[in-house]
Design a protein around this ligand. Structure first.
Ligand code: HAM
Length: 422
């Protein structure tokens, strides 16, 4: 037998029994974003590799170790996007969306990172990203955060809490960077190899170290907040004040630095304790220098992205997937005459009742085989049409979920029967 071909490690199929939950999440997010006036943008999945090294940063895990990069047939270096912000900024510059205007945008799609797969961490994963451009003040930071808080409420998600930090402007970060290099250099012998590699290229990331041996050194490192410029501090205070006014709870975590280099000022993560190690379901921040860094005119930017797989697995425990998977009726047709009449009837019902979810038997089969399929489909009712029913213009209705006697009703009554049950 030929060897079976399997999906790639870390890249998963979403099966029909799971898609209703995905659709429910996507639809709820779409509706919420529309209510706040955000517009959808769609970018290609593949971009030139340079976009990500310039935007995300040369010395980040994503660019150093995780990119799906390849040379195409023309010899161009291309990459399957590891995230959406870089492509969104590229598109905005290319199409003149930023000049003298504000934009509130969102996108969704697969992202690719060659990480070590585990629960909640995949090599292909889905993000819903939101980006706002051209607004420098903290009101937009507060709007984005409030919108996500409302979304969790809408979805019925519990146990998701907000962590906030400010990274200051680029200048204050440069001073802090130097302070970190000086501090960590004193412990050169005790630094692990990751920290040694990052010492001069990206010392902020050493603060993110998960190595227990590094814990004490990291804990005593200079505090970012002592180096933040006055304007960034005022921006952060304003954001916190706005969140307090809106009743959004948060905790300030001065160690929150994020894994992408483009951030300045506000950064935030929504974290749950219900998912184990990969508990960040939504993360983002301000990136006021990025548009200029990618060749556009200086434009403020702020945004975040949600991890759809992680949110879906939170929802799995909470949402009513039986209701999401609802099928109202399964039409059984016994005999050739019934098959023709049944197909006409079912089309009339679909036109009259747009909410109705009805599956019509195809591929024939005995009555017994059809009733088995009906039962397996999860439908609430079986509608049965045999030669007697065709002759008498009736239809038999059998409940598949409750023990009640089946009944026969006139075909012209079936529409009102179904509309009262859906
Ligand atoms: P990020 O923190 O790299 O930020 O990813 C955002 C979210 O995507 C994470 O919090 C997580 O839920 C999900 N995610 C990331 N990697 C994986 C993975 N390997 N498997 C499953 N889920 C994952 C960004 O991507 C930024 N572009 C967000 C942003 C937008 N900042 C400003 N605007």
């Amino acid at each position: 037998m030929a060897k079976k071909i399997q999906s790639i490690r870390g890249m998963h199929d979403v099966l029909p029994e799971q898609t209703p939950l995905w659709q429910y999440l996507e639809q709820t997010v779409r509706d919420t974003l529309a209510r706040y006036g955000y517009q959808e943008i769609r970018m290609p999945i593949v971009e030139v590799s340079e976009l990500f090294s310039r935007a995300v940063g040369e010395v980040t895990d994503i660019v150093e170790k995780e990119m799906y990069a390849f040379t195409d047939r023309n010899g161009d270096r291309l990459t399957l996007r590891p995230e959406g912000t870089a492509g969104c900024v590229r598109a905005g510059i290319q199409h003149g969306l930023f000049f003298n205007q504000q934009q509130r945008l969102w996108y969704t799609g697969p992202m690719f990172r060659h990480e070590r797969p585990q629960k909640g961490r995949y090599r292909q994963f889905q993000q819903i990203g939101v980006e706002a451009f051209g607004i420098a003040s903290a009101d937009i930071d507060a709007e984005l955060i409030t919108m996500t808080a409302n979304l969790w409420q809408e979805l019925g998600l519990k146990n998701v809490h907000l962590e906030l930090n400010t990274l200051g402007d680029n200048q204050s970060r440069a001073i802090y960077r130097k302070a970190l290099i000086d501090y960590f250099s004193q412990y050169n012998e005790q630094l692990d190899s990751d920290a040694k590699n990052r010492l001069h290229s990206n010392p902020l990331r050493i603060l993110d170290s998960k190595n227990p041996k590094m814990r004490e050194i990291v804990a005593n490192a200079p505090d970012l907040y002592d180096y933040i410029d006055a304007e960034s501090k005022a921006h952060f205070t304003e954001l916190c004040h706005r969140l307090d006014t809106l009743g959004i709870a948060y905790s300030i975590n001065s160690r929150l630095v994020r894994g992408l280099d483009y951030y300045s000022r506000t950064v935030f993560e929504w974290i749950t304790t219900d998912l184990g190690a990969q508990g960040t379901v939504c993360a983002g921040g301000r990136y006021d220098g990025l548009v200029e860094q990618l060749g556009g005119r200086a434009t403020s930017g702020i945004g975040f992205a949600m991890g759809v797989e992680r949110l879906v697995s939170l929802l799995e425990d909470q949402a009513d997937s039986v209701a999401l998977n609802r099928l109202d009726a399964y039409l059984i047709m016994a005999g050739e005459e019934a098959q023709l009449a049944g197909m006409q009837l079912v089309e009339q019902l679909r036109q009259a009742l747009p909410q109705l979810r009805i599956l019509a038997n195809c591929g024939g089969g005995s009555f017994k085989a059809q009733i088995k399929r009906a039962d397996k489909s999860g439908a609430t009712f079986a509608l049965i049409l045999g030669s007697n029913e065709v002759r008498d213009k009736t239809i038999t209705i059998k409940s598949l979920r409750q023990k009640v006697a089946q009944e026969s009703i006139a075909q012209d009554k079936v529409e009102s029967f179904l509309s009262s049950t859906i």
